[in-house]
Design a protein around this ligand. Structure first.
Ligand code: NA7
Length: 537
């Protein structure tokens, strides 16, 4: 109600995942601001708080999936496996929160439902689900890119007699699949992680595939003492590599092009990359993401691998019928995904041939037949990048809604600011390279840039920063230019384009120009006194 007292801060941060935690630490402990984080969950972790589905694991290698801002923190944390599993990442983020005493300035169980800019007072007014009211000069969204679950509106879901779950809203107690008939919709990175783990427990698993997908083995394994010793003595170099590569990973992309080598040599290189495993596969050649003919060689290699792993020719044909270039959608990596289809209790349904018509009380009905199910798992992804921002109901100067400003798709400057929304910063917003990058590296850059900007403003006695329409036009053009220089927009069924959410504007959202290049652009903007922004007192 309007009688609720307003709590005032210098800065409000929405979200306590990787971004929000570091933003709080930076503003509070570096700049001395009065800052508060509002978090919908009951704990820190963001993505890793919500995504507790079976097999949930990060595809970045663990030694690169952490903050790099503190040498002490880097030195004291030990990951156990090549890729960190969800519980371990959550333990890490809790460790960071405790180490930097962050939790005292995080308000948990607090979902933001509205944010309105008050022009006269130069303040953001924020309201929550339970009617609390906050005000601050700066509003910083740290809500992530993949945090608004996309549950497709399939008719009949409300009549389903069994249980259903979305992977991004997984019950904290877990789900017991023992002896159950499980149906899983979706074969993106999430679905591909979940299948082998669910298959091992369920009575029967039916996977409903709309778009076939490439996947490369992760080759997860415990980290050895030798690796840890190597890491301890090469840490600086690893951090430097991550900060200088286009995708923020601790490996560099080969300078060799696909047709620099003959077919036999190429096959040997792909075999070696397959044996090494993980996202590094796409670093085998320089031109995989820009030259379709080059990409075809990688695509063909993986399709042959799928057909050699999956023994049943019918299943193999459905799984290898992939129609987008390799890595034009986010490429999954897996632990025995294709192998799972060799189990008697796992089957695949090709939704291109028999689309889902409805959900019945007993299961899923396609145009061909009924599939009786006890549990449905929606591994159907997210309303990516814009979804988490739009559901905050943000209103800028003059009461203008962000939803209106972005009616035809997101428009902003550097992924960080929208004209008409002064003092609002969006960490990992659309138009930023974050989702094409090892996320913590992108997040640290965004947070540090925002922190430096606020610091510079305070030193000059300035209280208001707002980007311009012209700066946004320039950035949108740059985002389009960068995307069109790659094969990424050729994958029509991709969340990069918003294609997974019916009715969403088809706009290629991430900045594909590379993290290192983006970092240079942001640094130049700052060096030129925040070019493209209007600063005032
Ligand atoms: P993704 O990558 O968006 O995958 C979602 C999957 O669900 C994908 O196979 C979709 O098929 C499928 N899907 C979505 N809606 C439907 C409907 N209505 N019917 C059938 N199938 C559907 O999400 P993830 O959670 O796997 O991964 C998200 C990111 O998290 C990932 O890229 C990493 O960055 C980490 P489609 O391809 O749209 O035909």
């Amino acid at each position: 109600s309007n009688n609720t007292p307003v709590a005032s801060y210098d800065a409000l941060i929405i979200g306590a995942g990787f971004s929000g935690m570091y933003q709080l630490h930076s503003l509070r402990d570096r700049l001395g601001l009065k800052a508060l984080v509002l978090e919908a969950g009951s704990g820190v972790g963001g993505t890793w708080y919500w995504n507790r589905y079976p097999g949930a694991r990060c595809d970045s290698e663990s030694h690169s999936y952490n903050y790099t801002f503190s040498k002490e923190l880097l030195a004291e944390w030990r990951w156990s496996e090549r890729y960190p599993e969800q519980p371990e990442i959550l333990r890490y983020l809790n460790h960071v929160a405790d180490r930097f005493d962050l939790k005292r300035d995080i308000r948990f169980d607090t979902r933001v439902t509205g944010a309105r800019y008050d022009e006269a007072a130069n303040l953001w007014h924020v309201t929550t689900e339970t009617g609390e009211r906050y005000a601050a000069q700066y509003l910083i969204t740290a809500v992530g890119c993949l945090s608004t679950a996309n549950v497709p509106k399939i008719p009949g879901l409300e009549e389903f007699a069994g249980d259903w779950y979305h992977t991004g809203q997984w019950p904290h107690g877990g789900v017991d699949f023992t002896g159950k008939r499980v149906g899983q919709i979706g074969t993106g990175s999430t679905g591909i992680q979940a299948v082998p783990v669910i298959a091992a427990q369920a009575g029967h698993l039916t996977v409903f595939q709309r778009t076939a997908n490439y996947s490369v083995p992760a080759h997860n394994a415990p980290l050895t003492p030798e690796f840890q010793a190597w890491l301890d003595s090469n840490r600086e170099e690893v951090v430097q590599t991550m900060r200088s590569t286009p995708n923020g990973h601790p490996f560099t992309i080969s300078e060799r092009k696909v047709f620099d080598v003959d077919a036999e040599e190429r096959e040997r290189i792909y075999e070696a990359a397959w044996a090494k495993g993980g996202l590094q596969f796409r670093a085998s050649f320089q031109d995989l993401l820009v030259d379709k003919t080059a990409n075809d060689t990688a695509a063909d290699f993986i399709k042959r691998k799928i057909r050699s792993i999956v023994k049943d020719p019918r299943k193999a044909a459905i799984l290898s019928d992939i129609d987008h270039p390799y890595a034009a959608k986010r490429p999954p990596i897996d632990t025995h995904y294709f192998e799972a289809y060799n189990r008697d209790n796992v089957d695949i349904v090709n939704l291109r041939a028999e689309p889902i018509e409805r959900i019945t009380p007993n299961g899923i009905r396609t145009s061909a037949r009924d599939y009786p199910l006890d549990i449905i798992v929606f591994a159907t992804g997210f309303d990516a990048m814009t979804g988490p921002l739009l559901r905050l109901n943000i209103q800028g100067a003059g009461g203008r809604k962000l939803a209106e400003a972005w009616e035809a798709g997101p428009r902003n400057y550097l992924g960080l600011q929208v004209a008409g929304f002064p003092n609002l910063f969006t960490i990992t917003g659309p138009g930023s390279p974050s989702v094409l990058c090892n996320m913590p590296i992108a997040i640290e850059q965004h947070v540090e840039w925002i922190t430096d900007c606020i610091d510079a403003m305070r030193k000059r006695g300035l209280r208001r920063i707002e980007t311009t329409e012209a700066a946004m036009d320039g950035w949108v053009a740059e985002v389009n230019r960068a995307a069109d220089a790659t094969l990424l927009p050729q994958a029509k069924h991709s969340w990069y384009l918003g294609a997974n959410v019916p009715g969403k504007p088809r706009v290629f959202m991430p900045y594909a120009g590379g993290m290192a290049h983006y970092r240079r652009i942001c640094d130049q903007v700052a060096a030129k006194g925040y070019e493209g922004f209007v600063l005032s007192d």
